[in-house]
Design a protein. Structure first.
Length: 274
């Protein structure tokens, strides 16, 4: 049993065979997937919901990615407030800071991040964090974790650091603020020793796995389109690091997911309880 806690199933890379990709994941033992609802930014904030509505085992998020922070508007915030009431929406994200590409000005990214934390707190939805620093710098991590500490941690709701690429020290700070740490296919990359060190030290009951598909396909699929079925390779690598089986990693991380979101595991076509 596996859960892909973060997949961009709305991506155009899946337009020709989305249904088959989802079926393939189920055949591989992926019981639950989360369709991340950033879309291409406003006005496609319901991108994850549109997919989740078609499958009982897929959930959704909503949120404005830091890349599109420049597109945030009062209308977009109002639309997200409306979408947050949808029964398949379990989190707000991915949101945060990206200083690597700087598609939106950094101060604007911070403002949009804070505003979305306020909206998520109002409806008591956990947040899914994207944090990517510029090359050779921890500046985005310092800003991101600092904003979480000041503006989010006191709410006691927690969230997920998705596709974690930071240090164990940074993971530890997030754990102390009630977050789960999610590892993606890049944990298998040869140069990703820092990620593997964190994956070895994060408590097993505070860990999730994901694909971030269609991006970051793990070995041995690197260079191809990623898809939810490949979350097993992340489980395999984490299992090697922890000296447990791929299946045990899948069971632990799936249980963490269901417990954190207060969901019941989906068996066949049953709709899980909220």
């Amino acid at each position: 049993m596996f859960v892909d806690s973060h997949a961009h199933l709305d991506g155009k890379q899946f337009d020709s065979d989305r249904e088959q990709v989802i079926a393939h994941a189920q055949e591989a033992g992926v019981r639950t997937m989360v369709a991340i609802g950033n879309g291409d930014g406003p006005p496609t904030l319901d991108a994850g919901i549109q997919i989740a509505d078609q499958y009982p085992f897929i959930y959704a998020t909503i949120g404005i990615h830091p890349h599109e922070a420049r597109l945030a508007s009062d209308h977009a915030y109002s639309e997200m407030e409306r979408l947050a009431a949808h029964p398949k929406v379990i989190a707000w994200g991915e949101i945060g800071l990206d200083y690597y590409y700087d598609h939106s000005p950094r101060e604007m990214q911070k403002q949009v991040f804070v505003r979305q934390m306020e909206l998520a707190a109002a409806v008591k939805l956990p947040i899914v964090i994207h944090c990517r620093p510029s090359d050779g710098s921890d500046n985005a991590w310092e800003d991101c974790l600092g904003l979480i500490k000041d503006r989010w941690a006191p709410k006691g709701i927690g969230g997920i650091l998705h596709c974690f690429t930071g240090t164990w020290a940074q993971a530890g700070r997030a754990l102390d603020m009630g977050f789960l740490i999610s590892f993606a296919g890049n944990v298998t990359f040869p140069k990703a020793q820092q990620i593997r060190e964190a994956a070895l030290q994060v408590p097993l009951d505070r860990m999730l796995i994901e694909t971030d598909s269609p991006y970051l396909a793990p070995l041995p699929y690197r260079g191809r389109r990623n898809e939810p079925a490949y979350v097993k390779e992340t489980a395999r690598k984490v299992g090697e690091l922890r000296e447990i089986s791929m299946e045990e990693t899948g069971e632990h991380t799936s249980r963490n997911f269901y417990n954190f979101f207060k969901l019941t595991e989906i068996i066949e076509s049953k709709v899980p309880a909220r």
